[in-house]
Design a binder for this molecule. Structure first.
Ligand SMILES: [Zn+2]
Length: 308
């Protein structure tokens, strides 16, 4: 068993018994993205301390415990590429002893914790999946195709990325898409950028207020962070779509040229990276997103363009 027993899977649960809305919040789906765990721990503590009146339920889950423990993206495979309904059914049927990767074990354990919530038809459920990026300037939301997702994400003053579901298979966003439920992945900064913690908390509180689970006055302590985010990110296009994804495998030996930051403009034909076959050029004009500056990962970079 690869289970890590030092860290709790359930970061916290807060809210009102019987309330209509449930927010499932994932953190640490990638083990080198620890700030989501910190943000949730702090937020639960702040709510508890102030005994905030929350008309809903928040469930915070730490996802890839074994990878978090080692501060690496994943142990055997990317946990954010495993969320297919067919696979989820298979995992439910197999005993732990028959699972041979760390991530399958993690996923089965997460599912055992959340499936009652996911299939509770009496509740309005939404997923928010907290992440950080390896490149600078990584502050944006990615939505699935449920219309409610972008409605809520637009309340966080960072760019919104559309059209990612379908380009990357097996993400948590796609899982919720298949279930017909809203989901937002919130990339709140670079892996070691401590401001990401405040941005995560402010973004979450902003969504909780927008959905009337919190009163407007509960947003006040976080408003200065939202104002700062507006200031820091409103020069970026606020609504973009993915036009290209450069997929990679470990055997490609992909190396991104240094210095690219999220939303940096690139021109068609620009020399962006190398792999064992040679030069990788930008296939079109656009803005670069999530250029890969870490060893593990299956996406080299994305190119997005502004929506009208
Ligand atoms: Zn991530």
């Amino acid at each position: 068993m690869y289970f890590c027993d030092r860290m709790e899977r359930l970061i916290g649960r807060y809210g009102k018994y019987g309330a209509a809305k449930t927010f499932l919040i994932f953190a640490g789906v990638h083990g080198n993205e620890k700030l989501g765990i910190q943000a949730l721990e702090e937020l639960f503590e702040e709510f508890e301390k102030k005994q905030v009146d929350f008309d809903g339920t928040i469930i915070g889950i730490a996802c890839n415990l074994a990878a978090l423990e080692q501060d690496i993206r994943y142990i055997h495979k990317d946990l954010n590429r495993q969320w297919y309904l067919s696979k989820i059914r298979k995992l439910a049927a197999l005993p732990y002893g028959m699972l041979n990767t760390s991530e399958d074990i993690e996923q089965k354990h997460i599912l055992e914790l959340i499936l009652d919530v996911v299939y509770d038809k009496g509740k309005e459920l939404m997923l928010i999946d907290l992440h950080t990026t390896s490149a600078i300037g990584g502050c944006f939301c990615i939505t699935n195709s449920h219309p409610r997702s972008s409605e809520l994400a637009l309340d966080i003053p960072v760019p919104l990325i559309n059209g990612m579901v379908g380009k990357i298979k097996g993400t948590t966003l796609e899982y919720f898409d298949e279930l017909g439920l809203p989901a937002v992945a919130y990339e709140a900064g670079q892996h070691a950028e401590i401001e990401a913690v405040d941005r995560m908390k402010a973004g979450l509180v902003s969504i909780f207020t927008k959905t009337s689970c919190l009163k407007d006055r509960d947003l006040e302590p976080y408003q200065f962070i939202l104002d700062k985010m507006t200031e820091d990110f409103n020069h970026l296009p606020q609504n973009v779509e993915v036009v290209h994804l450069h997929k990679i495998t470990e055997e490609d030996e992909f190396v991104m040229h240094p210095g690219y930051i999220n939303f940096q403009e690139v021109k068609k034909g620009e020399y962006l990276a190398d792999d064992r076959k040679g030069k990788i050029l930008a296939p079109s004009d656009g803005l670069i997103l999530m250029p890969l500056y870490q060893k593990k990962g299956s996406d080299g970079f994305f190119i997005v363009r502004e929506l009208d």
